[in-house]
Design a protein around this ligand. Structure first.
Ligand code: CP
Length: 292
């Protein structure tokens, strides 16, 4: 039984294998490889992309998928997450895909060794399927990402996308630099840090813009996000005609993270990331449930 809590548990050749499988799924009609498998999704935080993408991926491979809505579950009657999980596992699923605000719940549940646990986002620490789909999108564009420079821009300290991305991209030979106001910048990093976007725009191959994670702010950090946008919003005026790939995990705060015009620009791969997410998650499910 294999879990996916973060990409650090994957060997480089396993990462390459998942990317290769995703590429095949993108170009060939999917088969019913998982037709005897049962997968449960358990999302304690809201999601548009990750949940639907995992569910579409499972269905494309012929798996049965059941979603338990925590708000309508017996969690609301005081049942602990461990008991909820144990009871779901008594139904013999092949995997439980979980998102939780806690940094450690997915690890704790995987340590129970009852089923394969797939982390669909934990606190601000890990979002492995997002990191893999971002890497896949960059590899599709560049071929080899080794030596490419990516600037992660925005609320980095509160972002699990940034946490998983930094670990995966550096491991794959990319150079990661961080651009953020001080309140959004991790202080315990060895990566190059910048406060001003204009200082990096001539140096990078990729910009990954991130949303302010308002749900994780204990108190409002900016009174006015227009002021933040005036410094960090990705616009055509800022990018000009530079050959820079623009990524964002979503949801995009329009005209704060990226402006309307730039969202329509061919350099912006936000919807391509969403499409690629399905193929990556098909590859993850195949790898974990059939090949590990
Ligand atoms: N990228 C991402 O995690 O989006 P959702 O929160 O909509 O799943």
């Amino acid at each position: 039984m294999r879990n996916l809590i973060d990409t650090t548990s994957l060997e480089i050749q396993e990462i390459e294998y998942i990317l290769e499988s995703a590429k095949k799924f993108k170009h060939y009609k999917p088969s019913q490889l998982l037709q005897d498998k049962l997968i449960i999704t358990l999302f304690f935080e809201n999601s548009t992309r990750t949940r639907s993408s995992f569910e579409v991926a499972a269905k494309r491979l012929g798996a049965s998928i059941v979603h338990l809505d925590p708000e309508k579950s017996s969690s609301s009657k005081g049942e602990s997450i461990e008991d909820t999980f144990t009871n779901l596992c008594a139904m013999n699923p092949d995997a439980v895909i979980i998102r939780h605000a806690s940094n450690t719940v997915a690890i704790e549940l995987s340590d129970m060794n009852l089923t394969s646990v797939i982390n669909a986002g934990s606190g601000n620490t890990a979002h492995p399927s997002q990191a893999l789909l971002d890497l896949f999108t960059m590899k599709e564009h560049f071929g080899d990402v080794r030596g490419k420079k990516i600037a992660i821009v925005g609320d980095i300290v509160n972002s699990r996308v940034a946490s998983s991305g930094i670990k995966l991209f550096t491991r794959m030979g990319m150079e990661v630099i961080l651009v953020a106001p001080n309140s959004f910048m991790p202080q315990d990093t060895l990566l190059e840090r910048y406060e001003d976007l204009k200082d990096v725009i001539d140096k990078v191959d990729v910009i990954m813009s991130l949303r302010a994670q308002l749900e994780r702010h204990k108190k409002p950090i900016f009174e006015n996000y227009e002021e933040y946008a005036s410094k960090y919003c990705i616009t055509k005026e800022r990018l000009k005609d530079k050959d820079i790939l623009l990524l964002h995990p979503g949801p995009v705060m329009r005209n704060i993270d990226i402006d309307d015009e730039m969202l329509k620009d061919s350099r912006c791969k936000v919807l391509e990331q969403v499409s690629n997410g399905v193929f990556i998650r098909m590859a993850i499910l195949k790898f974990l449930l059939l090949e590990s």
